[in-house]
Write a protein that binds this ligand. Structure first.
Ligand SMILES: Nc1ncnc2c1ncn2[C@@H]1O[C@H](COP(=O)(O)OP(=O)(O)OP(=O)(O)O)[C@@H](O)[C@H]1O
Ligand SMILES: [Mg+2]
Length: 437
């Protein structure tokens, strides 16, 4: 479609065409040019093989529509192909080409939709942000790579699976499968290991197409996030207090909080350090969603109070837990923000948070974060245990640095967990034993 590829994209294009290779993982930094290259490849396959089908899917249909359909395919098709060559069906999320080929965009989150999508056969399956999917979903998609079509010269299409993602921890199934080419359970080499190709990307690879400020912002991230999002390295959270934190599991796209969900707030004071207020909401099952943050240093308490009131709007709160400073709490109170003194015991508070981060029997944790809470998420990665000289004591206290949102988070969760009974559970919740919310 006339894009000028960067060097990494040229290499990726050559790999996609290489003989005998049918399984591809492009893993790497944020905005390194992976998805754009794959998009172009899907269009190229559709044009080369008349009547062929390509699938471009990610976990959630809403995300597939926003990112793949609107941001990627719409932009690149309109820039690169005459309108008469293709038609975009907005309800079906299908691109139909004049030669009878199709690109189907979809989500694998809804079983009816998935059945419909996977009821077809394809010559190309692209799974975008594949770390968000399960290994089973990937295997299911692979079984649909069975369409038989030929190009104008009579050559049969070789079915191809293409995965892209940003790196996570090295124990993720996709690291086993796509990077090490071993079975995630047995760690035995995959039977089709010679079909696999992996290409690792860095945001620097796409320097020519990114604003300098964007790369500078990635450089400024906490080390773990910088390694993953800039350099494209698979790294785990080892040594982090909340090493079980996983953005794919605990991070959620923002959504409007239903009116009947109970809401709470927690505040950690600061002037030289940031002052933090966090907002949380409980769903009917008692799962806690952190949905808003106010995070600012070098401003007086009265100004924070004004900002908190503005952000809170008409919302009502079960409680606002705050750090103990009496003068600050009095000032908030005179501005109309009543607080209760937080439970500040560090080890117990951390344990309460860790309990909520752990997956329950249904595979879901009880603590989620809107992925827009940049400061809170950044602190989660930075929050580390102090390494004492005596290794036996190494894990008792976290490093007191960049821990302001972490303090507020502890106050909120501890205040919730110390309340027994259903006082703050959202209205439609079924009766439940105490302590579960
Ligand atoms: N060859 C190119 N020419 C012009 N712009 C490009 C090119 N390749 C990528 N871009 C632009 O760079 C940005 C990032 O590209 P892309 O979305 O493909 O990255 P990505 O590796 O998929 O990132 P993420 O991991 O965040 O999904 C986009 O805005 C895209 O339009
Ligand atoms: Mg992408």
């Amino acid at each position: 479609m006339g894009l000028k590829f960067n060097e990494k994209q040229k290499k990726a294009w050559a790999l996609l065409a290489s003989k005998g290779k049918t399984r591809f993982l492009f893993d790497g930094g944020s905005r390194s040019g992976k998805t754009v290259l794959i998009t172009e490849y899907l269009v190229r396959r559709a044009l080369q093989f008349p009547g062929s089908r390509q699938l471009a899917a990610r976990k959630h249909k809403t995300h597939a529509k926003a990112s793949l359909w609107n941001d990627t395919f719409r932009r690149y098709l309109s820039a690169g192909l005459p309108r008469s060559c293709y038609r975009m069906n907005e309800t079906e999320l299908t691109i139909c080409f004049k030669n009878g080929s199709r690109i189907v965009v979809g989500g694998l989150d809804d079983s009816d939709r998935m059945e419909k999508i996977l009821g077809n056969e394809y010559i190309t399956v692209f799974l975008n942000e594949a770390t968000q999917l399960s290994y089973e979903a990937m295997q299911m998609a692979v079984t649909r790579l069975a369409q038989k079509v030929r190009d104008a010269r009579g050559r049969e299409a070789v079915p191809k699976l293409i995965l892209d993602c940003n790196p996570r921890g090295p124990r993720h199934w996709l690291h086993y499968v796509g990077v090490r080419h071993v079975d995630p359970d047995t760690e035995i080499e995959l039977p089709n290991v010679d079909k696999w190709v992996r290409l690792n990307w860095s945001a620097h690879d796409n320097r020519e197409n990114l604003p300098a400020e964007y790369l500078a912002a990635l450089e400024a991230l906490p080390e773990l996030m910088r390694d993953r999002m800039l350099n494209g390295i698979w790294r785990d959270n080892q040594g982090a207090v909340y090493e079980e934190f996983d953005e794919d599991l605990h991070g959620v796209e923002p959504f409007p909080i239903p009116d009947d969900w109970k809401k709470v707030r927690a505040i950690d004071f600061g002037f030289t350090n940031p002052f933090v207020c966090l907002w949380g909401a409980l769903d009917p099952d008692g799962r806690l969603y952190l949905y808003r943050e106010h995070y600012q240093a070098a401003v007086r308490t009265a100004e924070h109070a004004r900002k908190i009131l503005e952000l809170s709007g008409n919302e009502r709160y079960g409680f606002t837990a705050a750090d103990h400073d009496a003068a600050e709490r009095a000032e908030l109170s005179s501005a109309g923000i009543r607080t209760e003194a937080a439970f500040k015991e560090v080890t117990a508070g951390i344990q309460s948070v860790k309990n909520r981060l752990a997956k329950q029997g249904d595979g879901k944790p009880r603590l989620f974060f809107f992925n827009t809470l940049k400061n809170t998420l950044s602190e989660i990665y930075d929050y580390r245990w102090a390494q004492g000289n005596d290794s036996r004591n190494a894990k008792e206290e976290p490093v007191k640095l960049n821990d302001h949102a972490m303090d507020a988070l502890r106050y909120m969760v501890a205040a919730l967990d110390r309340r027994t009974g259903g006082e703050f559970r959202s209205a439609s919740a079924p009766a439940r034993q105490s302590g579960r919310w």
